[in-house]
Design a protein around this ligand. Structure first.
Ligand code: FEO
Ligand code: CA
Ligand code: CA
Ligand code: CA
Length: 677
């Protein structure tokens, strides 16, 4: 069992009002500072960002669409020091791009042959950045251009494959005839960490980047099933990178986005290139030339995040992972190796990753109606996870890991309302999971029958009023679970719904089920993180930060971040959710819920600028500096008419036509205290 001291936490700020201002709004008594923005130069000698579409060298600049981030402390002499709160490396994912702002007048030839230079910029804006951050004596934060730790990992960075899929036919392509190496990582969304101080970056919506059509005759029936299940179906591929005709005809970095079977075999074309993506990738942020390792034992899906459970000596550790697509599943990976605390300080960090992350059992979650749950192992050899599975006959464990979604289908996993981040309460090990929303939980008519709602106890809510825009759970919710015996190795768990998203003005009987008020109403929860385990006084405070990525509530407020002080699973008992269509067809779904939040347990801390998503949060170990990612402000605008001027707008009126940039802000309390408390 996990025994820790929990000190009482009290939310120490007044709620920020919902608003649609083009700034980051924080409570009175707090200060916002913009530190790194899209395009800021990382390498020495790279010019300042002009922000007019003429910039180049993006592989040496901060990338676009900053997503999850995490702080890795540095000592004064530049060595790993986990406790440092004044110097460190910020590792941030760069998920996607606002393509229009990267070029002088938007993308050239968006539906035709793309110019090489433009495509190169777009590709280089994806991946990750490792950036040295420092706090000066007057507590001001800045980043260090030219730091030897600074690094960009892009879709071209060499990677290696580890785990059961390494070296199998699934990974063989024209650039990796033996299936052991890869090139880059893409659409990196949320993250995970290890106690040995590496970063786990998660490849989420990779499928859409690939062009694939017209090669069905060259594919096996199993391949076609798998491609369809993962959505590798685009006839053009995002941003048309496969259309580039590079000046160097030997450069296959563009050609590989064309995943059609066009050659004599898998090693003469890039038909298997999509199999090289969709993985958890481990990175050592302290070694700038270290080669990222793709950990195939953790399965292949639309990986959102990969947060670990608590590490207990002698017990096998686990990582919890959402697969963010409609009606996908929650997974956990349990290592084969019991935790030995000395490994936290090993010099060769990626070798420790090999020890814990290359062999283990991947499980998928089943949420039962009675508030219990089961972890079903995805292990080859027993029906239905063998050749007898009619929908997709499995041939090996590698087949299961490459086609994890099909294996989870076969064992009857519970379809969820888009599983996004997971977070683990450091005080008791409970696992929280955001379910952002689901636009397709209803099948059939706009006035569906009860059966067409397709609810389950853990996903109990559909909106059917008004009918034409109502296909599912528009505002999302947060599920949490407690492992039996508080063990990461457990095969069963208890669960409830911690919070339902909703506007406070909405019907309290079937939409605003958590009784949210104007001070804490939200929609589409996504980012989720418990504060660093120890605060300045060395005691654990289970404080939950919740970030939103919403399209249904943006008529009332820009996206936001809340602070919660959650209780424990099943502190709210049972509840019956009633879903009624506009035509009056009612159905009920019983579920388990958390205690109704109050002004003392859930409060809005931050509202972002126009058309942004709030995603990415961490703090220094002392809790006095909070890092928050502001992703894609002004994403709906054009170069001629940007819809946001943030972050330039943060400090006053920006010149007309200023282009918006994703950025990381630091938030500090003016009295120097722990942020939020
Ligand atoms: Fe990249 Fe599911 O958020
Ligand atoms: Ca997300
Ligand atoms: Ca999202
Ligand atoms: Ca986004």
């Amino acid at each position: 069992t996990v025994t820790v001291t929990v000190s009482p936490a009290v939310i120490g700020f007044n709620a920020v009002a919902k608003n649609r201002n083009d700034i980051v709004t924080v409570p009175d008594g707090y200060t916002v500072t913009v530190v790194t923005r899209l395009g800021d130069p990382l390498a020495a000698g790279v010019s300042a960002y002009a922000n007019n579409g003429t910039d180049t060298n993006f592989a040496q600049r901060i990338g676009d669409h900053g997503d999850a981030l995490y702080w890795y402390g540095l000592s004064a002499t530049g060595t790993r020091e986990d406790s440092s709160s004044v110097r460190g490396l910020l590792v941030q994912n760069h998920e996607n791009i606002n393509q229009q702002y990267l070029h002088p007048a938007g993308a050239t030839s968006p539906g035709g042959i793309r110019p090489e230079g433009e495509a190169q910029k777009e590709i280089d804006c994806h991946g990750l950045s490792v950036t040295e951050y420092v706090q000066s004596a007057n507590r001001a934060w800045s980043y260090v251009q030219g730091s030897t730790f600074n690094r960009r990992i892009t879709p071209a960075t060499p990677t290696v494959f580890n785990g059961p899929v390494r070296g199998t036919d699934f990974l063989k392509t024209a650039h990796s005839a033996d299936g052991t190496t890869g090139r880059g990582t893409i659409n990196n969304c949320a993250n995970g960490v290890t106690p040995w101080a590496t970063n786990l970056t998660c490849e989420e919506n990779w499928a859409g980047y690939f062009r694939r059509s017209g090669d069905n005759a060259a594919r096996t029936a199993k391949e076609l099933t798998a491609l369809g299940r993962y959505g590798v179906t685009s006839g053009t591929g995002s941003y048309g990178w496969s259309t580039v005709v590079p000046a160097d005809s030997a450069n296959t970095l563009f050609r590989r986005w064309d995943a059609r079977a066009t050659g004599a075999s898998a090693t003469t074309d890039f038909r298997n290139e999509p199999n090289q993506f969709g993985w958890i990738v481990e990175i050592d942020p302290y070694v700038a030339n270290s080669v990222p390792r793709k950990r195939t034992a953790l399965g292949r899906m639309g990986h959102e995040g990969c947060w670990p459970g608590l590490f207990v000596a002698g017990r096998k550790p686990a990582w919890y992972m959402g697969d963010d697509a409609v009606n996908e599943y929650l997974y956990k990976f349990v290592s084969n190796t019991a935790w030995a605390a000395a490994d936290a300080n090993a010099a060769d960090r990626l070798a420790i990753g090999d020890k814990y992350l290359d062999a283990g059992t991947l499980y998928v979650a089943v949420f039962n109606a009675d508030g219990t749950g089961n972890w079903r192992p995805l292990v080859f050899g027993t029906a239905p996870l063998d050749g007898s599975n009619a929908a997709y006959p499995f041939a090996s464990q590698a087949d299961i890991l490459v086609n994890t979604r099909l294996a989870a289908d076969a064992v009857g996993a519970t379809p969820m309302d888009r599983p996004e981040w997971t977070a683990v309460n450091p005080a008791n090990g409970e696992v929280y999971l955001t379910l952002t929303n689901n636009g397709n939980r209803v099948t059939g008519a706009d006035t569906p029958t009860a059966a067409q709602r397709q609810t389950n106890a853990a996903n109990p809510r559909v909106y059917v009023d008004p009918p034409s825009t109502s296909r599912g759970n528009r505002n999302g919710h947060v599920v949490r679970l407690r492992e039996t015996g508080d063990s990461t190795e457990a095969l069963t768990f208890a669960w409830d719904i911690y919070l339902f998203g909703a506007g406070s003005d909405l019907n309290a009987t079937n939409i605003n089920l958590s009784g949210l008020t104007a001070d804490n109403d939200f929609s589409s929860p996504d980012g989720l993180w418990f504060g660093r385990p120890t605060n300045a006084s060395g005691l654990i405070k289970p404080v939950l930060w919740l970030q939103t990525d919403d399209g249904a509530f943006t008529d009332q407020t820009n996206n936001q971040m809340l602070l919660g002080l959650p209780g424990t699973v099943n502190d709210g008992g049972t509840r019956t959710v009633t879903n009624t269509t506009a035509a009056g067809v009612a159905s009920t779904q019983a579920t388990r819920v958390g205690a109704t939040p109050t002004a003392a347990t859930l409060k809005r801390f931050l509202v972002g600028p126009v058309e942004c998503e709030i995603t990415g949060v961490d703090s220094t170990p002392d809790g006095r500096t909070l890092f928050v990612g502001i992703q894609h402000p002004g994403e709906g605008g054009t170069p001629a008419a940007p819809t946001s001027a943030w972050p330039a707008s943060q400090s006053g009126t920006a010149p007309a036509g200023t282009r918006p940039r994703s950025a990381v802000v630091v938030i500090t309390k003016n009295d120097g205290g722990v942020v939020g408390l």
